[in-house]
Structure formats: structure tokens, C-alpha cells
Design a protein around this ligand. Structure first.
Ligand code: 0X9
Ligand code: ZN
Length: 429
């Protein structure tokens, strides 16, 4: 009796303090299916883009890719017959790539080793609190070479944290921003693995990488979205700031930066779209915080990398245009760096094929991205978007099985060694 009397207020307190996130059940994706579509003309593209405005029902996993003409799209079970009707009417070819998204989510949650419950490893995906606790542990274990930095606060009041790893002073800096898109869990898993490698690896090449540069790494940038993707909706992409005139929540943080913002069709003004640019540039507190942080610390880094998934791409600016004639002055250097990265990844036993090139002509036009903002406004000459595993049209998309975390990380390290090596050879570092 006394125990119940003590416990009940505690339980209630825990529920209340966890806030509204605890109030709604976790979204299930039973029988949601993912299709890969082949788009042959503008009418077909317009038809699919129209559907995708209803992002709850038709959720774009991979936007229209200029080069391969493919789109990956997740469809709610209730909309399947409508969807197939639209495909038929527009003569769009489709292939089923994920028959049941919930099955993938369930498999993703299965523990690979019981050990992962005890200590942090890279055979499962961790929640935000676990990543934060791990970061604290890393900072406490390596006080000589690590330092915490704070980018700012998210809409829901979480702290956006980063770590610097530095073996000396005034080395050329490399800034890594990861998990700007909430559902891209492999990005923070890889960023934490990379931090761990810089601190613990005995491989001479990795030691050289750690010792020669000042690293600035933000493993989870979109903290609110990431937490929401773990607790409520595995497929959440955007931020969590509500919109004043619309029920749809959040903006695509990677469309919210003030570089060609909302231009050239590379983003949307519809708050319900997955690529909603926000009402104004930097409307999202997270983007605003990053802009302010990077502006204040612009002298501390020369290379900027943004981790995404999926598709196996290494993308350079510009993102705002698909005109091949409109390219940065150092476009050839960026191609050479991209070549080094893709060749190094290909040489691993997995023989994974990354594709590199300018975003607008290689993938699709994306305006207002963090990478383009850093490139154009902070005049950083080397800036890339990395799109990790899965491959497009693959069986997993964003829900990359935990057994693939380490292989993805190995590819990241091989690619990174080559990317940084070539960037140095070309005189940027
Ligand atoms: O659309 C995006 O924001 C990125 N792809 S994702 O599927 N992860 O959402 C690509 C961003 C391209 N980057 C630049 N324009 N620099
Ligand atoms: Zn992304």
C-alpha cells in the first residue's frame, strides 16, 4: 500500500514530464509498401509530385533522380488501389521493393548482440538519450583531445551538441553535420563510429587523419526530429516546429538555409510537403542556430560535410541548379575529390558503387541546403553531401539493418581518407 502510494506519483510525474510525445501511440507501418517508379516524362512526374503532397499517404523516400529517372515512394495500404489506378492512368512503370515497412522496422529493433544493451556499440541503433550519454562518456574519457561545443537549442528546447577532436592547435578544420533528416539513422550511427575511430584506432592512416586535423562533429543535428523518429514515427524527416496556419508540422531543415532559398523548384512552399522550405529562411531554430554557430566559427574549418541517407552518392555544389554550365570555379577539383572517394569505397571487399558529381545534375535540384549555404555564403571551397547506404531501389531504404552499420562505416572511413587526402593534395588543407 505504502509502496503504491509512493510509486504512483512518480509514475505520473514521469508521464507528465515526458510531455505530449508520450500521449500518442507510436505509428505503425503495417502493409505500407515501397515502390520504385520509373518516370519517363514531365506529366508522369507531375502526377507523382501531386500525390506526394499528401505525405502521410504517399511518402517520398527518394525524390526523382535526374540521372536514373527513378523515384522510391512509400504508399499507405488504404491508398494502394488509388495508387495503382494513378500509375495505370499515367502509364508509369513500378516495382515493389518493400512489401511491408513494419516488418523492416521490427527487424531493425531486434538486438544483434545482447552486449549492445550493456555498452555502446555499432550493431544497433540508439535513441537520442543514449547517444548523448555516450558523448558525455567520450568527453570524460578523452578530456585532453575532446571538447564539447553547443550549436544551440532546438524548437522543443533540446541542446544541439557537437564534439571537437583536436591533437594540437590551429590544424585545418573539418566540420561534419549529421542527421539533419530525422529518419536517416545510419548517419548518426556512422558519425559516432567515426568519432570513436578518431579517438581509438591504431591504424596509421586513421591516426594521421585524427592527428592532422581539427574535427568538429555534430552527430545528431535535428534532435527533435530524431527523437520523434524513435518514439513516434520512424519515417519522420523534418523538424518539429508547428506551422501557424496549417496542421502539418515541421520544415525540411535542409531546405531552410538562405542560399537560393525556395528557388528553382528544389523545395516546396507547402507545409505538408517533405521538402517544405519553411516560411522564411532560417525559420527553423535549428537552422538559425547552425548559421549563427558556423558564422561565428567560420575560421575554424575548411571542409564541410553533411551526412545523409540513402542512395550511395557523394554530392558537391551546386544543388540549386541543374544547368551543367552553371558550376563552381573549382568544379573540376570537386570532381577529382569525388573520384578519389568513390574509387576508395569501390576497392573495399564490398565493392559498393557510389556515384559522385554536382547535386543538381547528378541527383536533383535541392535549394536552401546547408552544404550550399556553407559553400556560397561562407565561401568554403570543399563541401559535400554524403548519401550512405542503402542503394536506391534497395530492400531497406532508410531502415538499414543494423548488421550493415559497420560495413557502411568502413566505407565511410575508406572514402573519407581518400577525400581528405585528395583535398590536401589539391592544396585546400
Ligand atoms: O534532399 C536532400 O536534402 C538530400 N537527399 S535526402 O534523400 N537525404 O533527403 C540531398 C541534398 C543535396 N545536397 C545539396 N544540395 N548540397
Ligand atoms: Zn537526408
Amino acid at each position: 500500500m505504502r509502496l503504491v502510494g509512493l510509486l504512483l506519483p512518480l509514475v505520473l510525474l514521469a508521464l507528465v514530464s515526458a510531455g505530449t510525445v508520450k500521449d500518442t501511440p507510436k505509428k505503425r507501418f503495417d502493409n505500407y509498401k515501397v515502390y520504385q517508379l520509373i518516370i519517363k516524362n514531365k506529366i508522369q512526374l507531375a502526377a507523382i509530385n501531386k500525390l506526394s503532397e499528401l505525405s502521410e499517404k504517399f511518402n517520398i523516400w527518394k525524390e526523382y533522380d535526374e540521372r536514373t529517372k527513378q523515384i522510391d515512394i512509400m504508399v499507405q495500404p488504404e491508398e494502394l488501389s488509388h495508387f495503382h489506378e494513378i500509375l495505370k492512368l499515367n502509364n508509369i512503370h513500378s516495382e515493389l521493393v518493400v512489401p511491408n515497412v513494419q516488418t523492416l522496422i521490427d527487424e531493425e529493433q531486434q538486438q544483434v548482440t545482447p552486449q549492445d544493451n550493456v555498452s555502446f556499440g555499432w550493431t544497433k541503433y540508439y535513441e537520442l538519450e543514449e547517444i548523448q550519454a555516450w558523448l558525455d562518456e567520450i568527453l570524460a574519457t578523452y578530456p585532453e583531445v575532446t571538447k564539447e561545443f553547443i550549436v544551440g537549442q532546438s524548437y522543443e528546447g533540446r541542446t544541439i551538441r557537437g564534439i571537437t577532436i583536436s591533437h594540437g592547435t590551429d590544424k585545418p578544420g573539418i566540420f561534419i553535420e549529421s542527421n539533419i533528416h530525422a529518419r536517416e539513422w545510419i548517419t548518426s550511427a556512422s558519425a559516432t563510429w567515426f568519432i570513436n575511430q578518431l579517438l581509438t584506432s591504431q591504424d596509421p592512416d586513421v591516426r594521421n587523419l585524427a592527428d592532422s586535423y581539427d574535427w568538429h562533429i555534430v552527430p545528431v543535428f535535428n534532435v527533435d526530429g530524431f527523437d520523434y523518429s524513435h518514439k513516434k514515427d520512424r519515417m519522420w524527416r523534418k523538424t518539429r516546429q508547428p506551422h501557424s496556419t496549417n496542421a502539418c508540422i515541421g520544415a525540411d531543415a535542409n531546405r531552410n538555409f538562405d542560399s537560393y532559398w525556395l528557388q528553382n523548384g528544389g523545395s516546396s512552399d507547402n507545409p505538408c510537403s517533405e521538402t517544405f522550405a519553411g516560411d522564411v529562411p532560417n525559420s527553423e531554430p535549428e537552422a538559425k542556430a547552425l548559421v549563427e554557430y558556423l558564422t561565428a566559427h567560420q575560421d575554424e574549418f575548411k571542409v564541410y560535410l553533411s551526412f545523409h541517407s540513402y542512395g550511395l552518392w557523394l554530392l558537391s555544389p551546386y544543388g540549386h541548379t541543374a544547368d551543367p554550365l552553371e558550376k563552381p570555379e573549382n568544379a573540376d577539383d570537386l570532381l577529382e575529390i569525388g573520384e578519389a572517394f568513390t574509387a576508395a569505397v569501390k576497392a573495399l571487399p564490398y565493392a559498393t558503387d557510389y556515384v559522385h558529381g554536382p547535386t543538381g545534375t547528378t541527383l536533383y535540384v535541392a535549394s536552401g541546403t546547408s552544404v550550399d549555404w556553407v559553400f556560397n555564403e561562407l565561401n568554403k571551397e570543399v563541401a559535400f553531401t554524403l548519401e550512405f547506404r542503402d542503394k536506391t531501389g534497395g530492400s531497406y531504404g532508410f531502415i538499414l539493418p543494423p548488421v550493415q552499420i559497420i560495413p557502411n562505416c568502413e566505407e565511410l572511413m575508406a572514402g573519407m581518407l581518400a577525400l581528405i587526402g585528395k583535398t590536401k593534395d589539391l592544396g585546400y588543407l
